[in-house]
Design a protein around this ligand. Structure first.
Ligand code: CMP
Length: 139
């Protein structure tokens, strides 16, 4: 059964390009409630740990150096059917394939620098939220 929480990051490209506010507005307008949020920067080791599932991929080095290249906004979001609905809101991983009206269509520049992350399953939403937030940081 689907749970009602997902995890997101506004990635360093979108932060650098000044899109935090616009992306948070799309998240709010999409009906998501913010359960937890922080503005922080990952070390390369932390980015490697977060994306460990991709460690065998050829783009892993590029991914971890990009994700540690500047600050990010990490958040846990709540809504019915959160994981699937948020993936619809953010659009395809590759912005060339992202649908009109999605966050990646509006703000992503490439498959690597794609503005936002969204969990791909309820299980990963739980793991990823726990990576950034303690129980005391959730409301
Ligand atoms: P994300 O949803 O954060 O999950 C894994 C990330 O790996 C993905 O978004 C992309 O940013 C990145 N990624 C996936 N495929 C590639 C690729 N071919 N080249 C570079 N980065 C990629």
């Amino acid at each position: 059964m689907a749970t009602n929480r997902t995890f997101t990051m506004i990635k360093p490209d979108a932060v650098r390009n000044g899109h935090i506010g616009a992306i948070l507005k799309m998240i709010n307008d999409g009906g998501f409630r913010i359960v937890a949020m922080k503005y922080t920067q990952l070390s390369i080791a932390q980015a490697g740990q977060f994306y460990a599932v991709h460690s065998a991929r050829p783009f892993y080095g590029e991914l971890t150096s990009f994700m540690s290249s500047g600050p990010i906004v990490a958040a846990i979001l709540e809504k019915d059917n959160a994981v699937a609905d948020f993936r619809t809101l953010i659009g395809a991983t590759n912005p060339v394939e992202a649908a009109e009206g999605t966050i990646r269509k509006a703000y992503a520049t490439s498959i690597g620098e794609n503005a936002v992350h969204g969990s791909d399953s309820d299980e990963n939403a739980e793991i990823e939220g726990n990576f950034f937030f303690s129980g005391l940081e959730r409301f």
